[in-house]
Design a protein. Sequence first.
Length: 252
Amino acid sequence: MPDPVVIAVLMGLLGLIIGSFVAAVTVRLPRDEDIMMGRSRCMSCERPLAPWHLVPVFSWLVQRGRCGWCRSPVSPRYILIELAAGGIGVWAALSGADGVMIGASAVLGWQLLLIAIVDAENFWLPDILTWPLMATGLGAAALISREWPLDSLTGLLVGFTLLWGMAWLYKRVRKRDGLGGGDPFLFAGAGAWVGWMGLPSVLLWACAVGFSLVLTFLITRGRVSGTDRLPFGSFLCVGIWLTWLYGPLGVG
């Protein structure tokens, strides 16, 4: 393989490009706009952006965080998403033992970034994002193992059944929804990627992130209500990523 530093740089640059697309999708998808063919526009003046306005990171910095046409402020979320995707590319390159693992890790990370942002901002896990996660998980398992991905398929089924059952039980007991309808599909995608043995670790990581957020709310706001909504799907994305990279907790 080429020098690891070269691979990391290339994956980071690719991540910046992917991040630009991810940022656009997080805006267009909740608005039911065309994801693939629609042109990027300024949110203020509505003018289509020129190609030189869309260079990841560079354009935002050169334009000082403003629209290239009307000079209205552009949210820093765009450059932050691009940098996050670039970081995922570098992380995947440094964590993968070969090209297949690097590619699989990067694809997973970029998918999880998109899903986590959409859920955090909209409390919504659409099928158009969770179902492809299942498909790529099965595909990655088949490529890596070079055989039928039975463990991943089992993880997919167990993941969906487990979280769907938890959601059903919670609603029966509390008489209200405790999980969104997309969470079982996301957990099924988790099982496809990390296998059924990795699912408990995904939940543990997700709960740790959730408890950390609740603790932050208690410190900063002084209270947490039982009706407060939390983006559990975003927490699951963190758990999937860490479990994929470092394996199930407690398993050497």
